[in-house]
Design a protein around this ligand. Sequence first.
Ligand code: UDP
Ligand code: MG
Length: 311
Amino acid sequence: MSVKHSLIVPCYNEEGNVENFLKETVEAMKGYTDSYEIIFVNDGSKDTTPKKLRQIFNENKDVRIKVINFSRNFGKEAAMYTGFTQAVGEYITIIDADLQQDPKYAVEMARILDSDPDCDMVAAYQAHRKEGKALSKGKHTFYKTISKMSGIDFISDASDFRTLRKCVADTIVALPEYHRFSKGIFSWVGYNTVSIPYEVRDRENGETKWNLKKLIAYAIEGIMAYTDKPLKLPLYLGAILLVISVVFGIIGLLAPYYGIISAVLFAGSLVLICQGISGAYLGKVHTQVKDRPIFISKEILSYEDNQESDN
Ligand code: UDP
Ligand code: MG
């Protein structure tokens, strides 16, 4: 039995939301298809979310519901990954459980995929960000910097709220890296992406899981996963120091005091350069251990398929 649309819903302490989420989603899907599944990934919630999900599962046998309970909190990235491995739908949507992302947009995104066979993924971005100006500016600067450092286009306003074709999800699942940073992965895999704006709603119940400490940790994770440039930093610093030490060395021919400074700087620059060289090699290892494919082919047209369909 084929499923048209899978919705993956990461849940961490969402006891106040999962019931309403189901109601609203069932309502929104009515106008689109009845061939859909909802995959709740309970990411080690400490409240009664697992109980609520079991209840929902038992009371709504007419809806295709899957509940995956993690043994502890692994984070939204892990929840999304698990959802991708379980989803069987032709289209797959990642959507939050707190109803900040209205399920009607999941239908809107699916319709875009229906109407445009060349579009592989539809990403929803917040039309109006509901956060402070400073935080918004900080995020924007971060994504601009990491895009420059990594050579991958990180779109500042893009969220995880998106709908993708199964082939894109399969590609994402095939990336075996442990430290996952979805924003980078969604960009890195390529494919044709269309962006649509969405109005973010206020959280229905519970509270956000983000705070400044978590945001900083997330930013560091992103940098470490997508660029090895920081590893080469000592190489550049060492080179600058070497030039300065030569300049001081020349001055030192006249004033011995500068000669001592030059010697110290020279020794320091050698240490940094050696460290930078190790970093450069480590960078190669860093890329290799991620075991990413050399390329991703989206479609293969072959004369053999023509022959098959002719018969
Ligand atoms: N979430 C999760 N594991 C976590 C943190 C969050 O599965 O460790 C889920 C959460 O239940 C919600 C979604 O990820 O469905 C987004 O989280 P949140 O609403 O806290 O983020 P925000 O909307 O504030 O960016
Ligand atoms: Mg939220």
